[in-house]
Write a protein that binds this ligand. Structure first.
Ligand code: SF4
Ligand code: SF4
Length: 442
């Protein structure tokens, strides 16, 4: 058999301890939650408009929040039951958003009774169905999928790259999806290609998931326009810019989008959600997550209803005896959770219990000018300089040397011997600048 050479991005990056403890655990259904807390903002763009009030009865899949404008997403009830309260609260990444609290108690719907015949659908029908189903990028960014699939006039999409890199340590849900839902993901890819009038798709998979690569290869012998490609196992291989650089050796310009180089990138779990929306008419009311940590007996991959509080998962699946942090997402780019009443949202790929020994410290000793942060930055930035500007509130100066190009991968913080919270300063500086620009526009 011909030896396949794995591709990778050009600059920086890290080889991390993978800790993929759950890679052999099949996806199971998690418990049916007693109540859910569903935020109206789980996506990039405008929050959805509330459509329900306290006391309303809802069915699983009912629209409870309506997209406002083009860059926004519909929100559906993930259970049947009664709206107990509308509150303001936080999500893992947003503050003070409308949250619909629903006590479950009605029928559990079977979405898989019959397949729809969509062979004669127009592109518009596909996009409308994806929009109506509230599908957003499940890799974490939460960008509404119908927007990605509607490139502006004049932007020709040459290729779709399916992101199966899953480069974060601990997370294995995309890996399991590729193994267990290979045919469904392939059908989802065909739907995307048709919708974008594009011929070519690449499924990009890291070497540590060679079984998933082989599953696609075996099924694709008669379909040369869709191809799996192997990538080196290297963090942050799954970043959009790094992925595109590795697969087609093109650079997305600073401030630009993948479509500027003729590419649309979709995560494998998003592709599966597209498949379910088109084939079964199922809105995005549940997603797969990895629930994991050292010495956690029920560590595994689970399908979880959107809005399920983290505490409800802990009550059902347990937690390790010793851990220091709970992280929503992966340990590199995820968010530490201190409030376990916060709910799983569309962008939550995992819940990870971490001991201190598995994270990087934040102490903030003086910079010793070692240059490690510069050598690992996959964007080619100078994190130490940018962070120093942000620390001194010189945000415009930080922007001039690339602050807004930072992808918040955390490679710099992870490598810093002085434990300077570099990525935290990047996040702070970016948010500050975005708010400043938004207030100027008003
Ligand atoms: S967090 Fe930003 S600055 Fe730090 S390594 Fe990643 S891209 Fe570079
Ligand atoms: S890695 Fe830390 S100590 Fe070294 S140059 Fe960067 S900020 Fe300074």
């Amino acid at each position: 058999m011909e030896k396949v050479i794995a591709k990778t991005f050009k600059k920086g990056g890290l080889l991390l301890d993978e800790s993929k403890l759950t890679e052999h655990k099949s996806i199971e259904k998690s418990h049916y939650p007693r109540f859910v807390r569903i935020p109206m903002s789980q996506h990039a763009g405008a929050p959805a408009k509330l459509l329900v009030k306290e006391g309303d009865l809802v069915n699983e899949g009912d629209l409870i929040g309506e997209a406002v404008g083009f860059i926004s997403a519909n929100i559906h009830s993930s259970v049947s039951g009664k709206v107990k309260a509308i509150t303001k609260g936080n999500t893992f990444t947003q503050k003070n958003v409308d949250i619909v609290e629903i006590e479950s108690g009605g029928t559990i719907k079977n979405w898989y009774e019959s397949k729809r015949n969509y062979s004669n659908w127009s592109k518009k029908e596909f996009i409308e169905t994806i929009k109506n189903a509230g599908i957003v990028g499940l890799g974490g960014a939460g960008f509404p999928t119908h927007v990605k699939l509607s490139p502006p006039e004049g932007k020709k999409i040459e290729m779709v790259i399916i992101n199966g890199a899953e480069c974060e340590p601990y997370l294995t849900i995309d890996h399991r999806m590729m193994l267990e839902k290979t045919e469904e993901i392939l059908e989802g890819i065909r739907i995307i290609l048709h919708t974008l009038s594009t011929q070519k798709a690449i499924i990009a998979i890291e070497e540590n998931k060679i079984d998933a690569y082989n599953s696609f290869l075996n099924l694709l012998s008669g379909e040369p326009n869709i191809k799996p490609v192997l990538l080196k196992t290297r963090y942050p291989q799954g970043g959009e810019k790094q992925l595109i650089q590795a697969v087609i050796e093109k650079e997305v310009p600073s401030g630009g989008l993948p479509m500027d180089v003729g590419v649309v990138v979709e995560n494998v779990s998003t592709v599966y959600a597209i498949y379910e929306a088109i084939v079964y008419g199922k809105p995005l009311i549940e997603r797969g997550i990895t629930y994991t940590g050292e010495n956690l007996s029920n560590a595994g991959n689970y399908k979880v209803r959107i809005g399920t509080p983290v505490q409800s998962l802990i009550d059902d699946l347990g937690k390790p005896e010793n851990y220091d942090y709970i992280i929503a997402g992966g340990p590199m780019m995820g968010v530490e959770i201190s409030d376990t009443s916060l709910p799983i949202v569309k962008g939550t790929s995992g819940i990870v219990f971490l001991p201190k020994s598995k994270t990087y410290n934040v102490v903030n000793d003086p910079c010793i000018r070692c240059g490690r942060c510069v050598s690992v930055c996959p964007i080619g930035l100078e994190p130490t300089e940018i962070a120093s500007y942000v620390d001194n509130f010189l945000i415009d100066d930080a922007v001039k040397i690339g602050l807004m190009d930072c992808i918040e991968c955390g490679c710099c913080s992870y490598s810093c011997p002085s434990y300077i919270p570099l990525v935290g300063l990047m996040r702070y500086g970016k948010e500050f600048y975005r708010r400043k620009m938004a207030s100027i526009k008003k």
